[in-house]
Structures are given as C-alpha cells and as structure tokens.
Ligand binder design. Structure first.
Ligand SMILES: C[S@@+](CC[C@H](N)C(=O)[O-])C[C@H]1O[C@@H](n2cnc3c(N)ncnc32)[C@H](O)[C@@H]1O
Length: 215
C-alpha cells in the first residue's frame, strides 16, 4: 500500500488498531467499503470445514478478528459455543445486527493487549488474516496471545498469506507473514499437525491453512 493510501486510511505503526474502527464505522450491514468482507465464510476455511466437518458439541470456539462475523456463524452451525472478537466496536455492532438470532458472543477486545480471562479456554481457535493486518513489530505478541487462548489438546487453525520477502512496516498493510510463523507457534507449545497450501494467494506467494494442536 502506498504512503498516500496509508495516510488516507489513517494507518499508523504506533496506533495500529484505530483505522479499523474508522473503516467499520463508515460501513454498513452489507460490508460496504470493507475490502476483506466476503459476506460469507472465508472460501478457504469453508472448503476445509465442508471436507472435514467438525463436531463442536460441548466445545468452545474462539474467532479472532471476526470482522463481519460469517466465520463465527459457520462454527456455530457445527455445534460450537462461539466467542468472537474484533478490536472495532462498530464491527461487533454490525455482527450483532446481521445475526440477531445467533448465540455467538460477539465482543470487542484487542489482540495486542490479550485477554487473560480466556487463557487456555478454547477447544478450537480460528485466526484468519488478523496477524497480517497488524505491523510486524507486534508479531511476537500476537502469536503469544493467540497461543494462550488454546486449551490443552485444543486446535488452532491459521489462514494467512505468505511471502518470502522480509517483513517491514513499509511493505504493508497487509504485512504478509514469512514461513517462520510456524516455528513461532511451535515455540508456544503448539504443534503443526496438518497444512494445506494454495497458490491462489491474492497478494503473497502462497496462502496457508495451518492446523496446530496444543500439547
Ligand atoms: C484483514 S481483516 C480480516 C477479518 C476476518 N478475519 C476475515 O477474514 O474476513 C482483520 C480484522 O482484524 C481486526 N483487528 C485488527 N486489529 C485487531 C486487534 N488488535 N485485535 C482484534 N482484532 C483486530 C480488524 O478490525 C479486522 O476485522
């Protein structure tokens, strides 16, 4: 993204959350102006869950950076008790308006701050494109906080685009991940148990769906 667009959107390295609220507060239930809004579950996630249906009965799931909420509703339809959060209060309000019948708990929270009350609480955690939406200097914190949410033997699914080029603030957003993210999660007690790669990445060289399990 060039400097002009960054300035227009209000992207700032030291206030990395603020532009998301600006974007969603100017949007509506149709997701107007939100570039990543599929208004449906993410296609890569949907293909995977259709192929390998999950039984969420009696299990808790967490959706990180839930955006317009469709992935959370998909997990609810598999029987999970779902909590979904986004840093933008307006995004959360849009989710509640879009899905008034849903039992998903949509809440505002900040992944950079983390949520200590959610430590090791979730059997299934879903992360799609949130790490890459934040500047590289937060990567370690984000990966640590995401790992903390996963319960013993719980699973984490990460969907992210990959690029070999070194991550730097100048190159984003989005700040696509390098392969090293796998080792970082493994350093937090998660083991990569399965990975699907797709070469139809929009901006990077590959898109990954990586499944980790907590030891
Ligand atoms: C690229 S979007 C992806 C949204 C959604 N996961 C999807 O795939 O459609 C990144 C999302 O992360 C949210 N986000 C950004 N910073 C965050 C933070 N610090 N804590 C929680 N959510 C954050 C944004 O508001 C946005 O909804």
């Amino acid at each position: 993204m060039d400097e002009n667009t960054k300035n227009k959107l209000g992207v700032k390295e030291d206030k990395p959350n603020d532009w998301f609220e600006t974007l969603y507060s100017n949007s509506n239930q149709e997701g107007e102006g939100v570039p990543w809004a599929n208004m449906a579950p993410h296609p890569f996630f949907k293909d995977w869950i259709d192929k390998y249906p999950l039984d969420g009965q009696g299990k808790k799931a967490l959706v990180i950076g839930c955006g317009m909420g469709d992935d959370s509703i998909e997990l609810e339809s598999h029987g999970f008790e779902v909590t979904a959060f986004d840093v933008s209060e307006s995004a959360i309000e849009l989710c509640k308006k879009r899905f008034p019948q849903s039992k998903v708990e949509f809440v505002q929270a900040d992944l950079i701050q983390g949520v200590p009350a959610w430590k090791h609480r979730f059997d299934f955690v879903l992360e799609i494109f949130t790490i890459q939406a934040l500047p590289p200097k937060y990567e370690k914190t984000l990966i640590g906080n995401i790992s903390d949410f996963v319960a013993e033997q719980g699973k984490l699914v990460v969907i992210t685009e990959i690029r070999k080029e070194e991550r730097s603030y100048e190159n984003g957003p989005p700040w696509l991940l390098n392969y090293e993210y796998i080792k970082s999660f493994e350093g937090h007690g998660l083991k990569l148990i399965e990975q699907t790669k797709n070469l139809e990445a929009e901006m990077g060289e590959e898109i990954h769906l990586s499944i980790f399990q907590k030891n």
